[in-house]
Design a protein around this ligand. Structure first.
Ligand SMILES: NC(=O)C1=CN([C@@H]2O[C@H](COP(=O)(O)OP(=O)(O)OC[C@H]3O[C@@H](n4cnc5c(N)ncnc54)[C@H](O)[C@@H]3O)[C@@H](O)[C@H]2O)C=CC1
Ligand SMILES: O=C(O)/C=C/C=C(\O)C(=O)O
Length: 478
């Protein structure tokens, strides 16, 4: 294996990508969530293909692990080049399969993030740490490759989350077998096709399939670690499946992020940050703002600013450059959101805008919805709705707001909004969440560790801390 590798040309359109990833015949049809039309077909490999992929990844591992850090960084940098060279084709396919618009914090943004994460991860250096040096002896901490990493992904940010998983795993000298969501396999197969113009054979393999393939990967004796992003329920199933082989796990699970708006915040100044904190990717983001607590003094003003914004945001087919909100990715998710909003309305909560999907419109479009005068125990507040609906709850004391924010079993992200960042930081320190943003929400960065508190998971992603989770620590002492 050498560090030499060149790009083998670029793909101009989604159709060009589909031509190299679809099976020659047969396969399962993947539908556009905006129209119901067929986007493409995916082969559904069985248990034998998964076995072959794990065996090939295991065989490829020693040579990949033997490369120096600089060489593996070089591969990641060239992988970022490959993503950039194919960015429009990847964004088009992502938009058609996932539904997200090209524009706004959506498909092009996601493809750009893939390149950014690959490049940033290439630049991290995890040095051995000297713990003790005395009497002529030395204790040093190293991080060695784990082996073959299994990566199981969701459908909301399928390409970006695939890169969040594969980049640190490969950087640390592991090989990767990836199982994408059954809802968005084409996006991940296309991304891998582009990346594999650069990576040596079998360093990265994608095996599409559903729950059974995920279960087989999570219990496979030759998989050293599973990286998973998805629901808390599936995270718990993976803990159980992986227990017999004592696998390492990084679990980025569901959240129900709270935002607290302090009385000194300027409603006009914060409205856009709040809106995109909640409605990024049409609300289908684990670290999106999902319940907003606003002080009674500015409650009406915040509701009015958000309502005005929500009514101006164009929603429609992702390939139409005007749109910034798209459909829900699948019928199950559409039903979850529609049922929760309807139940909130039935309970007496006030729908400020949205809440009425057009029955004539094909696809899983649900309008940006704001719900006021809602009880904190309402299921729209208490459950992860994972869509374009934001309940806004009034509070009168900061103690009450913090108690409500901390009242759930999950704690991925949260945010505090104030004209006084120091005051906001004091409140932030009392919130039970892996990340608390100040005057923004959901802003992830490849240099800043990210992970959940409570049942939102464990194990950090990103940065040097993220790399440590893709290695096995070894102390050499003497
Ligand atoms: N944290 C996040 O980013 C995401 C959270 N969700 C939440 O999860 C809910 C359900 O969405 P789903 O797509 O059904 O998520 P899910 O958690 O069921 O699926 C995610 C991935 O896990 C795989 N999987 C399912 N069961 C498995 C098992 N027993 N062992 C191994 N792998 C398994 C799936 O095939 C998929 O690739 C959503 O309504 C939303 O609330 C969904 C997607 C992403
Ligand atoms: O804020 C973003 O750019 C996207 C974040 C996505 C997640 O955290 C997720 O859904 O896992």
């Amino acid at each position: 294996m050498t560090a030499e590798s060149t790009l083998q040309g670029t793909f101009a359109t989604a159709a060009d990508l589909l031509a190299v990833i679809e099976p020659e015949t047969g396969g399962r049809q993947i539908k556009d969530p905006a129209t119901g039309e067929t986007v493409g077909r995916v082969a559904e490999p069985g248990a034998a293909e998964l076995e072959a992929a794990v065996a090939a990844a295991k065989a490829a591992r020693p040579a990949w692990a033997a490369l120096g850090h600089a060489e593996r960084s070089g591969f990641l940098n060239r992988a970022a080049d490959a993503v950039e060279a194919n960015a429009e084709a990847l964004a088009e396919l992502l938009s058609r399969e996932q539904g997200k618009p090209l524009n706004g914090p959506n498909a092009r943004f996601e493809v750009g993030a893939c390149a950014a994460w690959l490049r940033a991860t290439a630049g991290f250096e995890l040095e051995p740490e000297t713990l003790l040096e005395e009497d002529g002896t030395r204790a040093q901490l190293f991080y060695r490759p784990l082996g073959v990493v299994g990566a199981i992904g969701p459908w909301n940010w399928p390409m970006m989350i695939a890169v969040w998983q594969l980049a640190p795993a490969l950087r640390m000298g592991n090989t990767v077998v990836m199982k994408p969501s059954e809802y968005t396999p084409l996006s991940v197969l296309a991304l891998a096709r582009v990346l594999n113009q650069v990576f040596p054979e079998n360093v990265l393999t994608v095996v599409p399939g559903g729950r059974e393939v995920g279960q087989a990967l999570a219990s496979h004796p030759d998989i050293a670690k599973v990286m998973f992003t998805g629901s808390t329920a599936t995270g718990k199933a993976i803990i159980r499946s992986s227990a017999d082989t004592v696998k390492r796990l990084t679990l980025e699970l569901g959240g129900n992020d709270a935002g607290i708006v302090l009385p000194d915040a300027d409603p006009k100044a914060i409205a856009e940050g709040l809106f995109w904190g909640a409605f990024i990717n049409t609300g289908q983001t684990c670290a999106a703002l999902k319940r907003l607590y606003v002080h009674e003094e500015i409650y009406d003003a915040v509701c009015a600013e958000l309502t005005q914004l929500a009514r101006t945001m164009p929603m429609g087919h992702g390939l139409d450059e005007n749109n910034v909100l798209g459909p829900l990715q699948n019928k199950a998710q559409f039903d979850i959101v529609a049922n929760l909003v309807q139940a909130a309305r039935d309970s007496g909560a006030r729908v400020l805008t949205g809440g009425n999907p057009d029955p004539e419109q094909p696809g899983y479009f649900y309008p940006a919805t704001l719900v006021a005068d809602i009880d904190n125990n309402n299921p729209l507040v208490a459950e992860e709705q994972f869509g374009p609906a934001l309940p806004i709850i009034k509070y009168s004391s900061i103690e009450e707001a913090i108690e409500m924010a901390n009242g759930l079993e999950v704690g991925l992200g949260a945010s505090v909004w104030s004209a006084d960042p120091d005051k906001a930081r004091e409140v932030a320190a009392r919130i039970e969440a892996g990340t608390v943003w100040i005057n923004k929400h959901g802003a992830v960065d490849p240099r800043v560790p990210f992970g959940g508190a409570k049942q939102s998971g464990y194990g950090l992603e990103f940065g040097i801390e993220g790399l440590k989770h893709l290695g096995t620590p070894q102390v050499i002492n003497g």
